[in-house]
Design a binder for this molecule. Structure first.
Ligand code: AMP
Length: 216
């Protein structure tokens, strides 16, 4: 089963994709994570992407579609994929159709995470992760048990994404509203969109996604 998790920044796409990966053996393909890795490694793609990401603007379609195609080629055909943060434009949606059909795959569902946009800025600007093990935290909603120490690995090396500041988040929201939300009708017409309330707890949202995908 290949699915898209669609929703504005901070809707919980990454968290929910991680759970589907852990619990159902699917593979999360996050273009944001891939681009951040490219920036860190200083590759050509990373160099092209960095300034745009820092400003909250979208990276060119051909760059992200290229990396998605490459990653799919590394996977076996039997692994279900969760597209997280891709596609984000109509051109990317068209590329994804081609990328999938040329590999004998097809999109089964689009999960639309429906969220209250006003709550998202607080969600995003408060989030941080352990730089060692990757565990995610939040200043208000998920603090570490001991101040400044990761609950999972015990280290104190926390990181915040440079684009998780209020100004950049506003631009990212505008990009979502202007370029990404308009692709939903493409999938609506195919009858594959499942709306899920993204404002519940992580487990509630996970349960709702599993029910929509008939995994539970
Ligand atoms: P994310 O981790 O999904 O929030 O993505 C972080 C940033 O990476 C975005 O604000 C964009 O600059 C860039 N990015 C990630 N995925 C895409 C995509 N599919 N198309 C264009 N830019 C992307």
């Amino acid at each position: 089963m290949d699915i898209i998790l669609l929703g504005p920044p901070g809707a919980g796409k990454g968290t929910q994709a991680g759970r589907l990966e852990d619990e159902h053996g699917m593979v999360q393909l996050s273009t944001g994570d891939m681009l951040r890795a490219a920036v860190k490694a200083g590759t050509e793609v990373g160099l092209k992407a960095k300034a745009l990401m820092d400003a909250g603007e979208l990276v060119p379609d051909e760059v992200v579609s290229g990396i998605i195609g490459d990653r799919l080629d590394e996977l076996g055909p039997d692994k279900g994929v969760i597209f997280d943060g891709y596609p984000r434009t109509a051109a990317q949606a068209a590329s994804l159709d081609e990328i999938l059909s040329s590999r004998g795959r097809k999109l089964d569902h689009v999960i639309e995470l429906v969220v209250d946009e006003d709550a998202l800025v607080e969600r995003i600007t408060g989030r941080f992760t352990c730089g060692n093990c990757g565990e995610g935290y939040h200043d208000i909603y998920k603090q570490t048990a001991k101040d400044g120490i990761c609950d999972i690995c015990g280290l104190s090396d926390f990181k915040r994404r440079p684009d998780d500041n209020e100004e950049t988040v506003r631009t990212r929201m505008q990009e979502y509203r202007g370029k990404t939300a308009p692709i939903l009708p493409i999938y609506d017409e195919r009858g594959i969109v499942r709306k899920v309330d993204g404002m519940g707890s992580m487990s509630e949202v996970n349960d709702a996604i599993e029910a929509a995908l008939k995994l539970s």
